[in-house]
Write a protein that binds this ligand. Structure first.
Ligand SMILES: CC(C)(COP(=O)(O)OP(=O)(O)OC[C@H]1O[C@@H](n2cnc3c(N)ncnc32)[C@H](O)[C@@H]1OP(=O)(O)O)[C@@H](O)C(=O)NCCC(=O)NCCS
Length: 127
């Protein structure tokens, strides 16, 4: 079986931590947003705006030094929107080194837009 390739893989640093020393949730949300845009580009070379992000629950914390993988999958291609599922997995550093844990997953709705920020068809044959 071929290995899954993440859309984004990041090593998290001290600048990404909250006062408890674990990774700030907003950092993960930001990378979910970016990973979904990487996936959406496979549907067509447009500018994409994030319209919605659904059901983000954090199951496990992310620690300093963890390598975090953002796996993506296109769930639906509409006329102007793409729905992308992003699964986030952390590879532990330090104690438990190498262990992989599921951190969260989210569905992101992106809309293709023109230069004026107005929705445009993703596929040229859409009508
Ligand atoms: C993205 C934006 C241009 C869309 O404009 P809009 O007038 O809402 O467009 P529409 O209502 O025609 O919806 C466009 C598409 O998104 C889908 N959509 C809109 N809201 C949705 C939601 N909450 N869930 C799922 N799909 C949604 C519509 O079904 C439609 O899909 P389709 O064309 O594939 O059928 C506009 O909402 C916007 O500029 N939002 C701000 C985006 C932004 O700045 N994001 C970054 C935040 S910092």
């Amino acid at each position: 079986m071929s290995e899954r390739v993440p859309a984004i893989k990041v090593l998290l640093l001290p600048k990404d931590t909250n006062p408890m020393g674990t990774i700030f949730g907003g950092v993960i949300l930001s990378h979910i947003d970016l990973a979904s845009a990487v996936e959406a580009r496979k549907c067509g070379a447009h500018r994409y705006l994030t319209r919605a992000m659904r059901e983000v629950e954090f199951h496990e914390p992310v620690f300093l030094g963890d390598v975090v993988n953002f796996f993506t999958e296109t769930v639906r291609i509409g006329k102007t929107s793409v729905v992308v599922r992003v699964s986030v997995e952390a590879e532990r550093w330090g104690a438990g080194h190498g262990e992989r844990v599921k951190v969260t997953e989210a569905e992101v709705v992106l809309v293709a837009v023109d230069e004026d920020g107005q929705p445009v068809p993703i596929r040229s044959d859409s009508h």
